[in-house]
Design a protein around this ligand. Sequence first.
Ligand SMILES: [Zn+2]
Length: 359
Amino acid sequence: MKNLIIITLDTFRRDHLTRQITPNLWKFSKMCDNFPNVFTTSPITMPAHVSLFTGHYPNRTGVRKNGCHYYDGRYPTLAEVLQDKNYYTHAIISSIILEKQFGLDRGFTTYDDDFNGKKRRKKWFGKRFWVRRAKETTDLALKAMRRHKYGPSFYWIHYFDCHIPYHRNYNNECRYMDEHLGRLLAKINLKKTIVIIVADHGEGLGEHKERYHGTKLFNTTVNVPLLIYPKINGRLDYSYSITDIMPTILSILDMKYPLHYDEENITFHEVINTRSIFIETLHKNPLYACIFKNIKYISNEKLYERWNDNLIVAGVDYKEIISEKQKQIKKYKENALPIIKINVDQVIVDRLKNLGYME
Ligand SMILES: [Zn+2]
């Protein structure tokens, strides 16, 4: 049985995976399937990670915001599935947004979310941020891997360096993360391990009048990098959602697990030409997007080219497409399952406010 490592690079933009900015990741990507058209389900950390680890959109998981929605386990998580198959499961996370109180710890034997150490604070304009820096994240991952050498294991390693507040600037944080990511990649036994590297969302650096992420649905924040090692000969020409990652992993591991996938959940080998994929944000003003073939419709009634976010001037030809996409988004909203709200303690609320997630 092969080991599995999923590395999530919080807030890392796909176009920053370059030889200059992230040389270690760039080098590793040459050995992987590097999918160009993968979209997150939401440019918000917790909803995106829950989609990644369950294979469902946020309207079904009920986790649609950070810091107040709880994942109640209505669908099995990847960690639960693998734990059932006798995998040792271990998560190292680097931000309070994913703390175990929000429910994503289910299925993990070890869920390392201890942010109370003095070293773990990042200072910015006098405020303190409870995060783990890449050096510590990598050190902890290497330590855990040395300890559990026998039997199949699943690690989820989460890097948070590219998120605000930046030391100097965004590129500098990407470089710093890459340095420590490189130390991790160098130690992985690639003969025995499947490695998946993905971002939960990107980052607006001023394009489309957006800074940071979460308020708009342009490719700067919703088109995410996805690397799969070893290569699986997936379809690089087709659009996928991060909800397709879980069925792909289970297919690679040859696991037939009874999952209640949404009807159009597929693996990265498959193509359904009639399929649309969905993106949402409920962070401030709710927005929905629907990607179909070469078009991205955003619910402010605008059509964009999927590749580059160029606005398509919506003439008569597009009226039908717009009305069709509006119907699909309406259905997506109507299909929503209940949200479980939780009250987190004031300490966490204050820390989340510092990250810009709560009013
Ligand atoms: Zn995030």
